[in-house]
Design a protein around this ligand. Sequence first.
Ligand SMILES: Nc1nc2c(ncn2[C@@H]2O[C@H](COP(=O)(O)OP(=O)(O)OP(=O)(O)O)[C@@H](O)[C@H]2O)c(=O)[nH]1
Ligand SMILES: [Mg+2]
Length: 291
Amino acid sequence: MKSAFVSIIGRPSSGKSSFINRVCGYKVSIVTPVPQTTRNRIRGIYNGTNVQLVFVDTPGYHLSEKKFNLQMTKLIQDSLEDVDILLYMIDVSRQPGSEESSIADFVSGFNGPKVVVMNKIDIKQNYLEGHKAFVQTRLKDAPIFAVSAMTGEGIPELLNYLEEIAPEGTRYYDDDIYTDQEPSFRIAEIIREKVILETREEIPHSIYIEILDMEMQEEGKSLWVRGIIYTERDSQVGIIVGHGGNRIKKIRKEAEKELSAIFPYRVKLDLRVKVKKKWRRDDALLKKLIF
Ligand SMILES: Nc1nc2c(ncn2[C@@H]2O[C@H](COP(=O)(O)OP(=O)(O)OP(=O)(O)O)[C@@H](O)[C@H]2O)c(=O)[nH]1
Ligand SMILES: [Mg+2]
């Protein structure tokens, strides 16, 4: 038996969360086209016959001096503690730039096996060769795998390799578990995903979700959840609520549908929108939200 912790590091929107979902076979981590969707360290577990790989999804590595981003950068650094393998994910549909350079520097500082994953090879117009040349100068000995988190291409080969280099060890989790997230966190994340998908523009980075109450009803057949969508400005409340409340209703319906498929009971949401000005500068709140 072998087991390993594998941390996934890469630029925002490189496909880290899509990859973890594909490998684990379930929605572990939320995915949107908006960069900086993931804000936490999220574990997704892959169970093979003789191997367990615990993947750790992380926020996109983004150079910025803002408090909110610094907190996430620290989280990425912390995610390498007690990790066996680092998986460095690159989006081949975008050219390597200065951000990629600083991630490569960060990756090269990791004291353990590093594996480079070139993602989105299903996009035919790509910079795969340029990225390979870039990586070979930065991380000479790291093996390179080309995959598509969207189609699954190349992923079995990568998993085989990870199994090969994983250290001997026992399972960290039972083999029927694919994530260790608290239900309240998963519910908040799915709500956040639906808000991002339904709104875009300035909204995605301005929101956070707080779950206030959860109550099991109908003898365990349904879970009632009360949550608040916090936003930064008064003007954003109307955008989220929509004309006659139609957008918030759509957000609620979409989230309920997905949550009811994830959990063994129906999930009913009661959502409100409130303003919390400058919350991204509130240290105590950031500590609570970004972990
Ligand atoms: N064509 C294509 N699109 C992909 C692939 N992998 C991810 N995407 C898309 O890329 C976008 C970002 O995907 P995510 O999985 O959220 O990326 P991420 O690295 O987790 O992003 P952050 O959490 O913001 O750091 C989404 O629109 C995905 O559908 C892929 O293999 N091929
Ligand atoms: Mg993500």
